[in-house]
Every structure is written in structure tokens, then in C-alpha cells.
Design a protein around this ligand. Structure first.
Ligand SMILES: *Cc1c(COP(=O)(O)O)cnc(C)c1O
Length: 464
């Protein structure tokens, strides 16, 4: 028979986890104002809040930490990272930043402008990530979502739900003058539509369209390696290509990229922005020096740049990706087996549970996905995150709630961190919530919210 995948690594150190009682969790979540971000991590048994910065580093990465060169300028660790980015991704110029949103901040400062300079400008893309959208709207510009419609129905099977609808994109490119479109941003994989990949064909077409209209194309590349894995598995003509060849081809269509290294860099903190054009690099470096740090360290310690250069190589190994994406699919299959509706096909880094289908009696004004997240925590100490109305935020113009097409509870799986036994536990916990779902009829109301990116700090109380 065909042998199943198995992790291409074994444990050398372990980190103990503590289980808690339902009674304890009820008190802790109330104290946290029903916001899962406010919980202490020691109150969580299996933490699927995010796959960002939560991965386990390899022995090779830890060894590289010891070799970290902490020189202010020209550190060896910087050059190691520079070489990796050039070799693996094809970008000659890059700027290290402390994480992905910082890369967005410095890039957008150069391309969109600072203060209200974005007024009247648009940045088309495929379901921009929340911090990306935040940085665009903070400059008074507008992020226009051109994702294909199939992405918004969780039950439609489409191999590349992160794809851009080329007609939607072209109508934006036609409708605005060139100077009002500072860039187009393609997110690979598309986090907001469920960790769904973008096909090479779509990448190619988006690139051609942007070129035709003279608009620079940047990739928001946090999960570029997972995207490449899906291209290999799902796109005709790529099945025999290796991951690094696919990665190289993907980036050949971009003018630049932003990276949250906390994802497919498999480090705990870090990011960068990379370019092909030295002029754009130069222009952006002014903002990097101002906001992040000198060009050869940005927001990163030398040791972290070293670990990142190793992490980027490890993340683009096929066996790693197969077990990584395989574990996500394992959880997806378990949940499907329990009759729980999740986003199909399964994403690369997370499973997205359809909260509207799971808790149909909870009114949308009372945050269905958030309600499901609180129930799952109460049930078993498992922490997921809401991808729904709280995350969507209010319309900056009208102040009205922007109810998104989907109310999802995201269960994001940290890289190389949990075992499949943890996945069994999570799935059983959610099945228990499903069993009592008909009795859950009320959600939460907001008692405090921030003016932008409110989901991180929102405070809630039970609506009944
Ligand atoms: C995480 C993420 C970011 C932001 O990166 P941070 O490192 O969290 O600041 C941007 N885009 C995507 C697609 C992401 O997943």
C-alpha cells in the first residue's frame, strides 16, 4: 500500500501544557471580556488562535541563533538572509522589518504616501489581510476585493479559491487613473478567504493585467510555500516540478513582496519587504530607517535573521509541506466526519468552521463566529479565532457594521508544534459543541471597541 506522510522530524524538547476544568474556563473567559485574545496562554490547552510566530524552530535554526551577528551595520546574518531571499525568491533588494505589518507600513509609506495621502486611491487585490487593509485605510485609501465569487461559498469545491476575478480587477484598473492605483496586492495563500491558494495561471494573468495598466504588483507572501505546495498538488503541469522551482516561478511575476516571517519563515518574529527595482528599494528604505531600523537589520536581531534564512529553506521542502498541509487536512477530515461544515477545500494553515451553519439561531448582530469560539474554549480549552463581523470592522465612512459574507471560526495550526492526537482532541471538542448547538441562541454585544482593528481589544458581554 501507499505509505502515509509522517513528519520529517522528531521531538528534541517539549513544552508542558496544562488542562483545566470547565469551571475555571468559565471564569477566565468572563474575566477576558469574552475576547479570546485577552486570555493568558496558560489558560489554553490547544492554542489554535494563530499560526503566526507560534511554530517550532528546528535544531538547525537554533544553532543559527548562536551564530547571530549583532553588528549594527553589515551583519553576517543580514547577508545570509539576503542570499537566501535572492536564491529562493529571486529578489535582489530587501529590507528587514519586525513583522509583516511593518513591511506593509514602510512599503505603503513609499507607494501610497503618509497621512491622508491615500485619499481617492485604491489598492485592488484578493481579500486583503486585516493589517494590510488597516494600513491602506489608515492612509484614507480603499482596498478593493476582487476575489472570485466561489471563495464566498464555503461548500463550493474550487482548487484555487484565492484567485482574483480578472474581470473585477480589470474594471478597477479601468475605472481609476493610473496615479490613483499605487499597487495591486495579491495575497498568497489568501488568508481572509480561508488559507486558499492562488493558481500559477491566475498569478500570471494578474501580472499581465497589471503590466498592461502600468500598476506594480506586490505579493503579500506570508504563506508562499503553502501556496506553492497547492500548485504542485492541484495545477496541471506542476505535479513533477519541485517546490523551489514553483516558488521561483511565482515570484518571477511580482515586482515585489511583503513577508510576515512568522508564517512560512517558521520564526517567532520578523518580516521583510523585497523588490526587484533598486529605486523603489531606495525610496522605501527611508521609511524603514525611520520606522524600523537601519537597512541591514530593520526590526530584527541578527540571530533572528539567521534563523529566518534557515526557516525559509526548511519551509520550501516538500516533505515538510506535505506533513504540514496534511495535518491541517487531517483535522478537516475529522470535523467533516462529525458533520461539521468547514470551508472546502481545506486551507493550507487552518480549518475554517462555518459558524452560520453551526449556530443558525444566534443573530448575526450578536457575532456568531465569536460565540462559537467562546463555546469551544469553554468546552475544552481550545482557542480559535473569529473571522467574521468583529474582524470585518465598521465601514470607515458610515460607521455601520460591515457584515461579511462568511462567519468563520478559524482553527489555525502552528507549524511543527502539535500532534495529530491534539487534532483528535480539538475535533471531539467541537463535535461536543455541535451536539448542544441548538441550545445556543444568543451571542454577545460590544461594550468597548477601538476605532480600527477592534477585534484584538474588543470587550463583550453576553447578549441575553
Ligand atoms: C500575518 C499576515 C500579515 C501581517 O503580518 P504580521 O507579521 O502579523 O504583522 C499580513 N498578511 C498576511 C496574509 C498575513 O497572514
Amino acid at each position: 500500500m501507499d505509505l502515509p506522510y509522517a513528519e520529517p522530524y522528531r521531538n528534541k524538547t517539549i513544552e508542558p501544557l496544562r488542562r483545566s476544568t470547565r469551571y475555571e474556563r468559565d471564569a477566565w473567559i468572563a474575566e477576558a471580556k469574552y475576547n479570546l485574545f485577552n486570555l493568558r496562554s496558560e489558560y489554553v490547552f490547544v492554542d489554535l488562535l494563530t499560526d503566526s510566530g507560534t511554530g517550532a524552530m528546528s535544531s538547525a535554526q537554533w544553532a543559527e541563533m548562536m551564530l547571530g551577528d549583532e553588528s549594527y551595520a553589515g551583519a553576517t546574518s543580514y547577508y545570509k538572509l539576503k542570499e537566501t531571499i535572492e536564491d529562493l525568491l529571486g529578489f535582489t533588494y530587501f529590507l528587514p522589518t519586525h513583522q509583516g505589518r511593518a513591511a506593509e507600513n514602510v512599503l505603503f509609506s513609499a507607494l501610497i504616501g503618509v497621512g491622508d495621502a491615500g485619499a481617492g486611491k485604491v489598492v485592488p487585490g484578493n481579500s486583503h489581510f486585516d493589517t494590510t487593509k488597516g494600513h491602506i485605510e489608515f492612509r484614507k485609501a480603499c482596498a478593493i476585493d476582487c476575489t472570485i465569487d466561489e471563495a464566498f461559498d464555503t461548500q463550493v469545491e474550487h482548487p484555487f479559491k484565492g484567485n482574483v476575478d480578472l474581470e473585477k480587477l480589470e474594471s478597477v484598473l479601468k475605472a481609476y487613473p493610473r496615479e490613483s492605483i499605487p499597487l495591486c496586492m495579491l495575497t498568497i495563500t489568501c488568508n481572509s478567504s480561508g488559507g486558499q491558494p492562488v493558481s500559477m495561471e491566475n498569478i500570471k494573468d494578474v501580472s499581465a493585467l497589471c503590466k498592461r495598466y502600468g500598476v506594480p504588483l506586490f505579493f503579500d507572501s506570508a504563506r508562499f510555500a503553502e501556496n506553492a505546495y497547492f500548485i504542485k498538488k492541484r495545477e496541471p503541469g506542476y505535479e513533477d516540478k519541485d517546490i523551489r522551482t514553483i516558488v521561483w516561478e511565482m515570484f518571477s511575476y511580482a515586482d515585489g513582496m511583503t513577508m510576515s516571517s512568522k508564517k512560512d519563515g517558521i520564526v517567532n518574529i520578523g518580516g521583510f519587504v523585497a523588490f526587484k527595482d533598486p529605486e523603489l528599494w531606495r525610496k522605501t528604505s527611508t521609511f524603514n530607517i525611520m520606522f524600523e531600523g537601519f537597512n541591514t537589520y530593520g526590526g530584527m536581531a541578527g540571530r533572528d535573521m539567521g534563523a529566518l534564512s534557515v526557516g525559509l529553506r526548511e519551509a520550501t521542502e516538500f516533505d515538510y509541506l506535505e506533513s504540514r498541509v496534511g495535518q491541517v487536512a487531517y483535522l478537516g477530515r475529522l470535523l467533516t466526519g462529525y458533520g461539521i461544515d468547514v470551508q472546502r477545500p481545506y486551507g493550507g494553515h487552518a480549518i475554517f468552521v462555518d459558524a452560520k451553519r453551526m449556530l443558525p439561531a444566534v443573530p448575526k448582530e450578536e457575532f456568531q463566529a465569536q460565540t462559537l469560539g467562546v463555546e469551544l474554549y469553554r468546552e475544552a480549552g481550545v482557542r480559535g479565532v473569529e473571522i467574521g463581523t468583529l474582524l470585518a470592522d465598521r465601514d470607515p465612512e458610515t460607521g455601520m457594521e460591515r457584515y461579511p459574507a462568511l462567519e468563520l471560526l478559524r482553527l489555525a495550526i502552528p507549524r511543527r508544534t502539535y500532534t495529530n492526537a491534539h487534532m483528535d482532541y480539538v475535533a471531539a471538542a467541537l463535535a461536543n459543541v455541535k451536539e448542544r448547538a441548538s441550545a445556543i441562541t444568543r451571542g454577545y454585544r460590544i461594550v468597548y471597541e477601538a476605532p480600527i482593528m477592534r477585534h484584538f481589544t474588543v470587550e463583550l458581554e453576553p447578549a441575553d
